[in-house]
Each structure stands twice: as structure tokens, then as C-alpha cells.
Design a protein around this ligand. Structure first.
Ligand code: SF4
Ligand code: SF4
Length: 472
């Protein structure tokens, strides 16, 4: 708690819920300023990346794919199979630890600059709203007015565009799950070919639309687990959008003829500009709050005011509570050290697992329940199945060799070629001269080759009659 708080009522309830429990609709003023320009650049760059990525292919496969249903994942062109799931899970854990570490140091920077909810809300839907319904005070007036033609067409057009954008976005999300080719195929086939899927898309689009047309900042305040975790992640050292109460208080209205220092006033002229632009409807001067998504709109608003009253910028700025309170800067504390060590450990482990990850994964097993066969008067044979996962992006012809014995491999059904990103199975006979076998169980080492290159070595056993065992 900051030392100037006189009215702590903001701590008793969420800013967007009135005392009677009703929603307080937020009409934020359109931000403008240095940081907003940068945020615009970042947001539109991320939107372009989001909408372009599903079209990018590497060797015929999508650059990114998160097919949870078929357990197929592609991250930056690297295909992950169920057998690689441990690497995928470790990567996700490392990402979470990174987010935690990042939050401990830099607060909710992610929410304001990168979070899809903020980007779509502030840089897509809110901008369309400003275009159709006007600025924040025009929107407020429009909402309080009874229905007339002007209100009907503005509201209808806005919600129609919101829904269409939601529908398009949901199709792109689907492209990240099933790939753009399948999505294009679905669209070409039309709704009648897949009625259930089509209605599913309409429902998902409706949910997406409701999030941005109605729920808005409530997602950040109530629904988002990352937002809810801020209370445990942030501490006095975390850098957040913060009001410098030491410099700003005691606040008081601006009077150009008055010397504020002599009058004992701080730099805050109590103009409310920082509150008017806030998309979550809070007053940052009350200190760090759960609702703040670090969007920096209040920084820009206050900087504009400081320019006008000829005071230095940065009354609201990125700073830690500690640096404001006692002027100290971020120190490397135990928490940061702990998360850094865990993250480094995870990254080293993932790097190691990647380095030993092979292009193919294969198993060779003797056919269940099978014993040796008398192939001819001079040979015994065993029957095996081979299963191969081809993690590469090209079809792999596969050959087998025996490493530690003389024998002949007879593939059934012709040579084995495993399609890219697929699983191949085959059955084969291993024929070995009777004279080579010294016991009923002989260890065999298979070499799996593709185009002359060794891909794997697999150990198995060859069984013969018990009579081969010494003493029988
Ligand atoms: S307090 Fe400032 S940074 Fe936080 S949400 Fe409001 S405008 Fe954005
Ligand atoms: S914009 Fe700056 S000067 Fe105006 S009320 Fe907010 S903190 Fe005070």
C-alpha cells in the first residue's frame, strides 16, 4: 500500500463492478503517444505473423501445428511425435518457467504488448468501435440513447463486423490445429459436406465474438489464469506500470500562475487523463492492482500532460514499487536466482534431448507367440515385425543388416519405404544357418539403414531348439 492512500474503497471491489453488483462498462479514451506507437507496431506485426504462419510450409508441412487430437505437433518446422512428447512437455514447462521468471522481473509486460486478448481487443475490435461509434464520449452517449436509426445501423454494422472477424480468426486457429490445407478443403467442400463441423465453427466464432464484444477486460480480470497468478508472482522488485507517488503527491489541480513546489504540491495535477484511457477502468495512482494489464496507455496520457505543464515525463512509468519507495534498482534476489537456475537446467536438458533425438525411431520384435521354424535342412528361421517412425520430411527407404551373425533377411511384401512423418510396419524372416547357433537363444544386432546411412541399431534375439543348449 502506498503511503498516501486516503480512500481505499477501490480495494473492496473490482473496478468494473458497481456496488450493486452490476457491470460498469468501460469507455476508454483512445490512447496516443510514444509507447502507443510502438505497441501499434508490435501488435500489427504479431497479427501479420498470426495470419501468415499457417500458409508457411517447410518441406510440405506446416511451420507450426498443434494437433492435440491426433497428437501431432510441429514447432518451427520440427515434427514432434507421441514418442517425442517428453521433449514437447519439457519445452512447455520451460516456457512456463520463462514466463514466471519474466513476470517476476518485468511484471505483466506480456499482457500489454504480446497477449492475443489485448492485441485483438485494443488494436482490432476497439479500433473498429472507434471508427463506427466514435470516440469514448460519443460511444457513451450512443449507449445511453434510445434506439433510433443511427444507433441501429451503427450497432448492427459493428456487431456484424465483430462476428465476421471472429469467424475468420477461428478458421485460422483451426489451421494451427489441422493445417491450412485441411481448412481450405473444408471451406471448398462447403457447410453441407460437414454440417456438424460447420455449426461447431459458428459456435466457436460466437464465443470469440462474445469475448471481444461483451466480456472484454473481464477476461483479464476474472478468467485469465496468468492474470490471477499476478498476486503470487509479483513482488516489490517487479517492474510494472507504476505511479511515482513520491513525485506526484500531494496532487492538486493545475494553476499556471502557481509555483507548485512553493505551494507544497506534487506533480500530479489530478487531471484524470490516466484514468480516462485505462481499458480496465482503474486509477493507477492507487498503486499496482490486479486489473492492470500494463498496457502503458496511462504512461502516454500522463507524459502528454507533463509535456503540457512543462514537467519531466515519467510520473507514471515502468518501475518497481521498491525503486519508487527508496530509489533502489532491481537486485538479483533469491527468487530470480531460483527461477534462472531451473530455467537453465531445463534448457540444457531439452538441448541434450534434442541432440540425441534420432530421425527415425524403430523397434524390432519377434512375432508374438512365434517360435523358430525349420526353414530347410540347413537353416532355421525366426519371424519378426519391424515398426519405424519416420520423423523426417521425406520418404525413407529402409534396409536391414545383421551386425553380429551371418544370416539372410527376407522382407515380406517387398522393400519397406516409410512415408515422411508417418509410421511404417513390415514383417520379415531372418534365416540363419543351423551350424552358427550355439544355444537356443542367440542375441542379434540389427542395423537399420536408409540410402546406405545407418539410422539405428536394435538388439533382438533369435531362438532355436532347446537341444542347442549345452548339456541338453
Ligand atoms: S493502469 Fe495504466 S497500464 Fe494499467 S491497464 Fe490501466 S492504462 Fe493500462
Ligand atoms: S495523468 Fe498524470 S497528472 Fe493527470 S491525474 Fe494521472 S498521474 Fe496525475
Amino acid at each position: 500500500m502506498t503511503e498516501f492512500d486516503e480512500n481505499d474503497s477501490f480495494r473492496d471491489r473490482v473496478s468494473t463492478i458497481a456496488e450493486d453488483g452490476k457491470r460498469v462498462w468501460v469507455y476508454p479514451k483512445r490512447p496516443s503517444g510514444r509507447l502507443f506507437k510502438y505497441r501499434n507496431l508490435v501488435a500489427y506485426l504479431l497479427l501479420v505473423i498470426f495470419f501468415i504462419t499457417p500458409f508457411i510450409k517447410v518441406a510440405g508441412e506446416p511451420l507450426m501445428l498443434f494437433n492435440f487430437l491426433e497428437r501431432r505437433f510441429i514447432l518451427f518446422g520440427v515434427v514432434f511425435f507421441p514418442q517425442d512428447f517428453h521433449i514437447f512437455v519439457l519445452s512447455m514447462i520451460a516456457f512456463i518457467v520463462f514466463v514466471v521468471l519474466f513476470t517476476v522481473v518485468f511484471g505483466r509486460l506480456f499482457c500489454g504488448w504480446i497477449c492475443p486478448q489485448t492485441i485483438f481487443m485494443e488494436f482490432v475490435f476497439r479500433q473498429i468501435e472507434y471508427l463506427i461509434e466514435g470516440n469514448n464520449s460519443q460511444q457513451r452517449k450512443l449507449d445511453s440513447r434510445s434506439l433510433d436509426f443511427d444507433k441501429i445501423w451503427r450497432k448492427s454494422l459493428k456487431h456484424l463486423i465483430f462476428y465476421l472477424i471472429s469467424l475468420v480468426t477461428v478458421y485460422f486457429f483451426l489451421a494451427y490445429v489441422f493445417g491450412m490445407d485441411r481448412v481450405i478443403q473444408l471451406i471448398k467442400e462447403g457447410p453441407s459436406a460437414n454440417l456438424a463441423g460447420f455449426f461447431g465453427m459458428l459456435i466457436f466464432a460466437a464465443v470469440h465474438y462474445l469475448v471481444f464484444a461483451k466480456l472484454r477486460e473481464q477476461v483479464c480480470i476474472i478468467v485469465c489464469p496468468y492474470g490471477r497468478l499476478q498476486g503470487v508472482l509479483l513482488d516489490r522488485n517487479s517492474i510494472n506500470v507504476t505511479y511515482d507517488y513520491k513525485r506526484g503527491e500531494p496532487r492538486g489541480k493545475h494553476n499556471p500562475l502557481e509555483d507548485r513546489d512553493k505551494a507544497g504540491k506534487g506533480d500530479c495535477i489530478d487531471c484524470n487523463s490516466c484514468v480516462l484511457v485505462c481499458p480496465t477502468g482503474i486509477d493507477i495512482r492507487n498503486g499496482t492492482q490486479l486489473e492492470c494489464i500494463n498496457c502503458t496507455a496511462c504512461i502516454d496520457a500522463c507524459d502528454n500532460i507533463m509535456d503540457r505543464v512543462k514537467k519531466p515525463r515519467g510520473l507514471i512509468r515502468y518501475a518497481s514499487e521498491r525503486s519508487i519507495a527508496d530509489g533502489t534498482h532491481l537486485s538479483f534476489n533469491v527468487r530470480i536466482l531460483f527461477y534462472s537456475v531451473v530455467l537453465s537446467g531445463l534448457l540444457i536438458l531439452i538441448g541434450y534431448l534434442f541432440s540425441i533425438r534420432t530421425d527415425i525411431e524403430s523397434t524390432i520384435l519377434r512375432m508374438p507367440g512365434s517360435m523358430y521354424q525349420e526353414y530347410d535342412s540347413l537353416h532355421y528361421s525366426n519371424i519378426y515385425t519391424i515398426q519405424l517412425i519416420n520423423k523426417t520430411r521425406r520418404d525413407l527407404p529402409v534396409e536391414l543388416e545383421i551386425e553380429n551373425a551371418e544370416g539372410e533377411i527376407k522382407m515380406m511384401g517387398g522393400p519397406l519405404v516409410v512415408p515422411k512423418g508417418d509410421v511404417g510396419k513390415a514383417t520379415f524372416l531372418l534365416v540363419i544357418e543351423k551350424s552358427q547357433l550355439k544355444s537356443s537363444v542367440t542375441p542379434i544386432e540389427f542395423r537399420v539403414l536408409s540410402e546406405g546411412r545407418e539410422m539405428a541399431e536394435i538388439e533382438a534375439t533369435f531362438v532355436g531348439p532347446n537341444s542347442l543348449d549345452p548339456g541338453k
